[in-house]
Write a protein that binds this ligand. Sequence first.
Ligand SMILES: Cc1cc2nc3c(=O)[nH]c(=O)nc-3n(C[C@H](O)[C@H](O)[C@H](O)COP(=O)(O)OP(=O)(O)OC[C@H]3O[C@@H](n4cnc5c(N)ncnc54)[C@H](O)[C@@H]3O)c2cc1C
Length: 333
Amino acid sequence: MTIQDLMNAFPDANIKKNEPLSKYTYTKTGGPADALIFPKSKEEVQALVQWLNENDWPLTILGNASNLIVKDGGIRGATIILTDMNKISIQDNRIQVFTGAPLIEVSKRAYEAGLTGLEFACGIPGSVGGAVYMNAGAYGGEVKEVIRKVTILTREGEMKEMANEDMDFEYRHSILQESDDIALEVVFELAPGDKEEIKAKMDELTYLRTSKQPLEYPSCGSVFKRPTGYFTGKLIQDADLQGYTWGGAQVSTKHAGFIVNIDNATATDYIELIEHIKEVILEKDGVILETEVKIIGDDLVPEENAGRILINKAKTSLKSKFSKTPIIDDGIK
Ligand SMILES: Cc1cc2nc3c(=O)[nH]c(=O)nc-3n(C[C@H](O)[C@H](O)[C@H](O)COP(=O)(O)OP(=O)(O)OC[C@H]3O[C@@H](n4cnc5c(N)ncnc54)[C@H](O)[C@@H]3O)c2cc1C
């Protein structure tokens, strides 16, 4: 089976061949997807999954790609990106959304409708599906508190509804991380609120986020989960790793839990820097850092890699591949 067979089977589908995923990822890194598919409906996703199963093709799901590092070799087989499936409908206290909708947009629409409960999400750049998968949260809120039910598609191609209690939500975890099922639609249940208070809360959280996070650079948000009893940022700062630069990736000088792409970083730069941080913290503090960001895809094949190594070496000789840059307080480029 070839990509052309897939295109012939779905002549109306939006399918891009050999599409660079660095165009979509928040880190602006990552290799190409063999076939990147943009479905528009739940039924289209279901038909695609069934066809891919019948033809034994691997499938990867992307939302807004804000919590992902796609390796430089890219993704083989089919990659479904759900961002074109983004309808949002509001009825009474409930918001029903297709999971490609941006969580920030859902939070804004909740405010406009005078509904409270999603203020915490006003700056989380993921899709609703990615937020379900991760049980995304911020400033004391998590999506698990406002989700009533989720329509999922199993990898066997069966659509079913899951109640909140069935989703096994925990800190940055949902059952989807084990089942590999695909979230297609979500019903949020919110409460009526005072629009001015909702707006004031969202403004306050936006201020906190923009003053503390290096939003002026590409990144994937907090790279590591919070280890019990520690703060990741403090561990990294105390290990004198803030400002460390590896290739084009740097431990942010503004927020040590972020790795920013300051100079055409590759996914390999990101992954090597993550490994280095993990090793240093394990050795210094005995703490195992677990990544919150998901690392997916293939390494570059050796032939292509040869070229990359040369590029990395050239970068290294220019500015020392592993170097410490001075900490700039405001993080402005
Ligand atoms: C600047 C910045 C700030 C951030 N701040 C926060 C924050 O405050 N709180 C927080 O929790 N996160 C934060 N994040 C991380 C990220 O936005 C969240 O984890 C978000 O929920 C990821 O959603 P996504 O659509 O981008 O998922 P993706 O990155 O596209 O995917 C992440 C994982 O979810 C899976 N997935 C995506 N959609 C679906 C679906 N529909 N069904 C099944 N699986 C799916 C993917 O396969 C992948 O394994 C931040 C990221 C950035 C870049």
